[in-house]
Design a protein around this ligand. Structure first.
Ligand code: HEM
Length: 126
């Protein structure tokens, strides 16, 4: 039997590369999100998010080889993430996901995860 991962089904690294590159193009223009990123160069953050998502969806485990256990809530603790930041993050991600051609089913599956993940990163309610 051959069971292919979501990662493979949507086109592998090239697809994640396109989504995350577009996402960071939007972050760069976002006046709420951009100041949260400590580094002037968004490239390294782009690499980390792309590698994380590739791993999450069944691709190579390069993220954990480089960064260890994701512990994403802990890694986001230094940044104030309220409902406005969550919504801005999802708005950028929506634009990015809409750029690639995915089947309705893959899109829905990806989006459901991203909404859940963004909600779980909220650490400030004012
Ligand atoms: C890192 C913001 C949601 C995955 C970061 C960083 C910021 C940030 C400022 C540090 C940049 C860096 O890597 O140097 C936010 C905001 C969110 C959000 C405002 C709004 C809800 C998410 C979600 C995911 C995610 C939903 C996953 C689906 C990551 C990853 C890193 C990261 C993998 C790098 C962690 C590491 O290895 O150090 N985020 N994030 N973020 N974020 Fe988010």
């Amino acid at each position: 039997t051959s069971v292919t991962s979501f990662y493979e089904q949507v086109g592998g690294e090239a697809t994640f590369h396109r989504i995350v590159a577009k996402f960071y193009e939007e972050v760069a223009k976002d006046e709420l999100l951009r100041p949260l990123y400590p580094e002037e160069d968004l490239g390294p953050a782009e690499d980390r998010l792309r590698l994380f998502l590739m791993q999450y969806w069944g691709g190579p485990h390069t993220y954990s080889e480089q960064r260890g256990h994701p512990r994403l809530r802990m890694r986001h603790a230094p940044f104030k993430i309220g409902p406005a930041e969550r919504d801005a993050w999802l708005r950028c991600m929506r634009i990015a996901v809409d750029e690639v051609q995915l089947s309705q089913q893959h899109r829905d599956q990806l989006w459901q995860y991203l909404e859940m993940a963004a909600e779980s990163m909220v650490n400030s309610w004012f």
